[in-house]
Design a protein around this ligand. Structure first.
Ligand code: PRP
Ligand code: URA
Length: 210
């Protein structure tokens, strides 16, 4: 269940994110804007219930979300998506999962985890801009499932077919909302054409970041 957005504004922002001309400051801005658009797409089917609201003129029907929302960014790069989601879900609680890829084996290494209570009743948005081999997303989902999480949606900016397939094989029920599905992975496990190392580009830590 990989939803690839065709929204023109998302495609415009992804182009900014891909460009080597884009500085870290501009990258963070574009990441926030594209995340705001992805929130909209990834939340279109959230269940609501009716309630009564009193306007200055009369009582009428309104709607509220059925279930609480929890955001879980994958450190580091997922942090760049959190504020956009909090703009739309100001009451959301936020968990953090720390994972990095071993650069030789490409296997994810867990180094941090802190999660809110009641994962089992919440709608959880797992935030990570890059779905490459899928190792990190699968590891994060295993950690969430082990703590009772049921309804999890993965929000990614750029995905490789290899990662989408790995996720589908491990968690066929988890929808992925992505801004782009790229050609594949290179010999170092980077998405091509991709946008490089997302964490480095957000935080200005790469040798080539501007
Ligand atoms: C990046 C990215 C994902 C992971 C994707 O993180 O943010 O978490 O790689 O690759 P995968 O699908 O092959 O697992 P990275 O390991 O570079 O850590 P960082 O964000 O701390 O730089
Ligand atoms: N992680 C990234 O940040 N970029 C890639 O292309 C692959 C993994």
């Amino acid at each position: 269940m990989t939803h690839v957005s065709k929204h023109p504004l998302i495609q415009r922002e992804i182009t900014v994110l891909r460009s080597t001309e884009t500085t870290s400051a501009a990258f963070r801005d574009a990441l926030r804007r594209v995340s705001q658009l992805l929130v909209y797409e990834a939340s279109a089917d959230l269940a609501t219930h009716e309630l009564t609201v009193t306007t200055p003129l009369e009582r009428t029907r309104g709607h509220a979300l059925d279930r609480p929302v929890i955001l879980v960014p994958v450190l580091r790069a997922g942090l760049g998506m959190v504020d956009a989601f909090l703009d739309m879900f100001p009451d959301a609680r936020v968990g953090h999962v720390g994972l990095y890829r071993n650069e030789e084996t490409l296997e994810p290494v867990e180094y941090y985890g802190k999660y809110p209570a009641s994962l089992e009743t919440a709608v959880i948005f797992l935030l990570d801009p890059m779905l490459a081999t899928g190792g990190s997303a699968v590891a994060a989902l295993r950690l969430l499932r082990a703590r009772g999480a049921r309804d999890v949606r993965l929000i990614s900016l750029v995905s490789a077919p290899e990662g989408a397939r790995a996720l589908e094989a491990a968690f066929p029920e988890v929808p992925v909302y992505t801004a782009a599905l790229d050609r594949g992975l290179n010999e170092k496990g980077y998405i091509v054409p991709g946008l490089g190392d997302a964490g480095d580009r957000i935080f200005g830590t790469g040798a080539e970041t501007r």
